[in-house]
Design a protein around this ligand. Structure first.
Ligand code: ZN
Length: 188
């Protein structure tokens, strides 16, 4: 085994964990879940059954990734951010796994501390969700979303620098173009 699990954590049967991944204190990973290579799960992280997590994903302390959530490669989940999988839960009328709404977080996206992602939505690649934001709809690639409910306030470069109303990054030199309201990286 080429990954690390702290002795205080529980990994259920039939879980795949990639090389170089580190799972720190007081975590629980449930059955049927796949976690990629070089990931980091901080303290008190819960991963439900049948969840797919890509490579290079960082999950900070106190995050629960419920069934129906998928995280692509290099997603960042800030401390105590919240996923959901049921829009209208009732204790008396549980929907079961078949009733869960899906949430997809695409390649490279970052979710700030204490943000909430309402289920049934997709977060675009390299998007950035501000801390404390509540995401209630799909998020375009490279969008910065803030507030409750979250609204787009800017675009952000792949390198993490806000584009401040422009579409080229002053820091790393990446250039983008806007096509029908979607930001795309210019091919070199
Ligand atoms: Zn940049």
């Amino acid at each position: 085994m080429n990954y690390f699990v702290h002795e205080s954590s529980y990994i259920d049967k039939n879980v795949d964990i990639g090389d170089g991944t580190k799972i720190w204190h007081f975590c629980h990973v449930q059955k049927g879940t796949r976690i990629g290579k070089q990931c980091s799960l901080g303290q008190n992280v819960y991963i439900s059954s049948n969840v797919k997590i890509g490579n290079g994903v960082k999950i900070q302390n106190n995050v629960s990734v419920y069934e129906g959530v998928e995280l692509e490669d290099f997603v960042f989940c800030g401390p105590s951010m919240v996923f959901t999988n049921d829009l209208t839960p009732r204790s008396k009328y549980p929907k079961g796994a078949g009733g869960y709404k899906k949430t997809l977080v695409k390649y490279g996206a970052s979710i700030g501390a204490n943000a909430t992602i309402v289920c049934g939505n997709t977060i675009g690649k390299w998007a950035m969700i501000a801390s404390g934001a509540v995401v209630t709809k799909d998020v375009p690639d490279y969008a910065i979303m803030a507030g409750v409910p979250a609204k787009q306030i800017d675009w952000v470069c792949e390198c993490g620098i806000p584009l401040r109303g422009g579409i080229n990054c002053e820091k790393c030199g990446r250039e983008y173009t806007l096509v029908k309201g979607q930001l795309l990286e210019k091919s070199k």
